[in-house]
Write a protein that binds this ligand. Structure first.
Ligand SMILES: N[C@@H](CCC(=O)N[C@@H](CS)C(=O)NCC(=O)O)C(=O)O
Length: 204
């Protein structure tokens, strides 16, 4: 059985969402971000970055959540993306999301939610929102003429990008200026596998 090292409150949740969509049985090896969980020799052999998530599929050991999901998308089943062009598009949007939006969204989430009240800085949040205008505009344009990013149906491309933009939703980012993104994000985050993940989070 596949083993995923991580926890529901980390980027491992993105891989859990994918596994839930696939209906693939897996074992979640509960791993926190504490030093004793990440910097022990057994875990470092799997992931020298000392970060979560890590996927173990027999001989295959993978880290980087987006790469894990792109690998999982090659497996037969409802999330399979067999077409090389669609896989290329999925990789494009996944790299794009990490490079163009992740740092800004995490910073926004930090200054709106994660940090203690007294160190949150609304001016940093405002700057993040301004800098997100360009990538969100690009995504909005891409979604103007199509329902999903890489194929006619929901795929790993949508899942990877929506899992990041979900941070924006948590941070109360106003998606109204990006109506196509707002519509698509709502569709992605309304999928049955996504709330079941949220309920897993609540039970932890
Ligand atoms: N780009 C990596 C980032 C992994 C990452 O930073 N994971 C966090 C948890 S969400 C972590 O392990 N943090 C521990 C640390 O940085 O010490 C991915 O997407 O898998």
């Amino acid at each position: 059985m596949l083993k995923l090292f991580g926890n529901t409150r980390s980027r491992a949740a993105r891989c859990m969402w994918m596994l839930e969509e696939m209906g693939e049985p897996y074992e979640l090896v509960e791993t926190s971000v504490r030093i004793d969980d990440l910097r022990n020799p057994a875990y470092l052999r799997l992931n020298p970055n000392a970060r979560i998530p890590t996927l173990v599929d027999g001989e295959v050991v993978l880290w980087e959540s987006m790469a894990i999901n792109l690998y999982l998308a090659r497996k037969p089943g409802p999330m399979e993306l067999a077409d090389a062009a669609a896989l290329g598009v999925a990789a494009q949007w996944s790299f794009w999301a990490v490079l163009e939006t992740e740092a800004l969204l995490l910073d926004l989430l930090s200054h709106r939610l994660l940090l203690a009240q007294h160190v949150r800085d609304p001016s940093i949040a405002e700057r993040d929102i301004l800098l997100l205008q360009r990538p969100l505009g690009i995504l909005d344009g891409a979604l103007k003429a199509r329902e999903y990013l890489a194929s006619k149906t929901f795929s790993v491309a949508d899942l990877n990008v929506a899992s990041l933009l979900g941070w924006g939703k948590l941070a109360q980012l106003d998606f109204a200026p990006y109506p196509n993104v707002a519509r698509w994000l709502e569709t992605c985050l309304s999928r049955p596998a996504y709330p079941s993940l949220l309920s897993l989070r609540r039970h932890k």
